[in-house]
Design a protein around this ligand. Structure first.
Ligand code: XIL
Length: 456
């Protein structure tokens, strides 16, 4: 046990480093049984989790509302917030069936193309959403996406679907890396006995109703034929955790598609969830992603938003912690290349009364934003970078020293702080980190230190 003065003295006289700077400001909040920490939103413009994501070869994306915003203007706050923080975009509405084929065989790509241009200007990837869905299905196909009020025959409706997929996929070919081929095809109620014996119940959409299961296989095959390089996904909600009945149904359906060699790349988990203390069931989300990895498929997060009714500081911090947990799950899953957040600011969210996103109405980052950043930075950071600010410097020594003296330090990355990787955080890690800073020689970090140990 060393006093602050002793350590200060050690820094100054032995290491020749000026005194320990002021501790970094942090906010503390309590959840059900323990304290968790989220760095307070800073006003210094600290941005790019984009860099961390790039470094990790992961994409953190956002749904963009194109029809009612001016994304052609790079100086708008809306545009800036998107291209400064994310490396992938998806159209929130503008590439859906009703938007792209408003009347039969009459295609409209105006807003979709604006998004493509925006993404090209800022070096972002684009994912497509969605080719076949019961919702936002144009009136000329079905009045509500369920009933066959136009009296289509199976052959006619298959021809409509084929024409739509071929036209849309070919139009965006080369500019989009993947499509949600089918969206929300499973019924909301699935029987436990049915899913346990390998079954699943399809939603009674106009597509399934008139065509039968063939619509699903055909949609994937046609999308693949239209662009063989395209990654192809099935996307749905309430399939986020392996123990959900609908998630089991999804697994059964997808396993079947794989068995029949339908060209599918992976499964999209929408993740429209609620925020609350300990509400993210990490175990079951990890398990869910893992089971698709074992099938040789990807499993990505496609529409993440976490609604909350508690908008107190504590509530928003808990929301941030939930965001951090989910980001960690996606970063740690080998078969999960990206996670997309369903919108930019709370006020424009489809769940606006639940404040589910990362930015408030004025584009100020919420704690949730830092929850995502925090996870990205920790994952991308290096040994010795105890405070996760992206570089190893004297502030990390401060952080480690604070931890040794107080038993806590924030922000704090235990793994990085354990610079010599011996499993405990003690003065040897200060030595290792200091050696690294002074000599700028990476090989010294990890050797176990000892050279400058205070107690010798
Ligand atoms: C939502 C959009 O966010 C809204 O703007 C629109 O009015 C309705 O659709 N699942 C999906 C998304 O796959 O396309 C939906 O997006 C949200 C639920």
């Amino acid at each position: 046990n060393y006093t602050y003065e002793e350590l200060n003295d050690y820094f100054e006289n032995t290491l020749g480093i000026n005194s320990i700077p002021n501790p970094i400001k942090y906010s503390l909040f309590a959840d059900s049984d323990n304290y968790r920490i989220i760095q307070t939103a800073s006003s210094n413009g600290s941005k790019p989790n984009k860099e961390a994501a790039d470094q990790l070869k992961k994409d953190v994306g956002v749904a963009v509302s194109i029809y009612n915003t001016n994304i052609d203007d790079d100086n708008q706050m809306y545009s800036k917030t998107i291209y400064q923080n994310f490396n992938m975009v998806v159209a929130e509405n503008e590439m859906k069936f009703d938007a792209t084929e408003p009347s039969r065989n009459n295609f409209n790509y105006y807003n979709g193309d604006r998004l493509i241009k925006f993404a090209q200007r800022h070096n972002m990837k684009v994912r497509g959403h969605a080719l076949c869905w019961h919702s936002q299905c144009p009136q000329w196909v079905s009045k509500d996406g369920y009933s066959n009020d136009k009296g289509w025959t199976k052959t006619e409706l298959l021809a409509i679907l084929k024409n739509h997929i071929f036209n849309v996929v070919k139009h965006f070919k080369g500019n989009i890396c993947e499509w949600d081929v089918v969206n929300e095809v499973l019924d909301d109620s699935q029987s436990e006995s049915g899913v346990n014996s390998g079954g699943y119940k399809m939603r009674n959409s106009v597509w399934y109703n008139v065509i039968g299961l063939e619509f699903l296989d055909s949609a994937f095959v046609w999308a693949h034929q239209a662009d063989p390089d395209m990654d192809l996904y099935i996307n749905d909600y309430s399939c986020d955790y392996a123990n959900q009945t609908k998630a089991k149904a999804m697994y059964n359906l997808v396993k079947n598609l794989v068995k029949r060699k339908v060209p599918i790349t992976g499964v999209g988990l929408q993740c429209h969830l609620g925020a609350g203390p300990g509400w993210v069931d990490s175990l079951n989300m990890v398990k869910n992603m893992k089971q698709y990895e074992e099938l040789g498929l990807k499993c990505i997060i496609t529409e993440l938003d976490l609604g909350t009714s508690d908008t107190s500081e504590r509530g928003l911090n808990i929301q941030a912690d939930n965001y951090r947990t989910i980001t960690n799950i996606f970063l740690n899953a080998k078969n999960s290349p990206h996670a997309i957040i369903w919108g930019v600011t709370d006020d424009k969210s489809w769940r606006s009364n639940e404040r589910p996103l990362l930015f408030d109405a004025n584009f100020n980052p919420k704690p949730a934003y830092f929850g995502v950043c925090n996870a990205l930075k920790i994952k991308a950071s290096k040994l010795g970078d105890a405070n996760n600010d992206g570089s190893v410097n004297v502030n990390d020594i401060t952080t480690i020293a604070t931890y040794i003296l107080n038993g806590t330090a924030y922000p704090f990355n235990f793994n990085n702080a354990d610079a010599n990787q011996d499993g405990i955080i003690n003065v040897n890690d200060i030595t290792s980190t200091a050696s690294f800073i002074l000599d700028n020689h990476l090989s010294k970090v990890g050797l176990g230190g000892g050279m400058f140990a205070v107690n010798e």
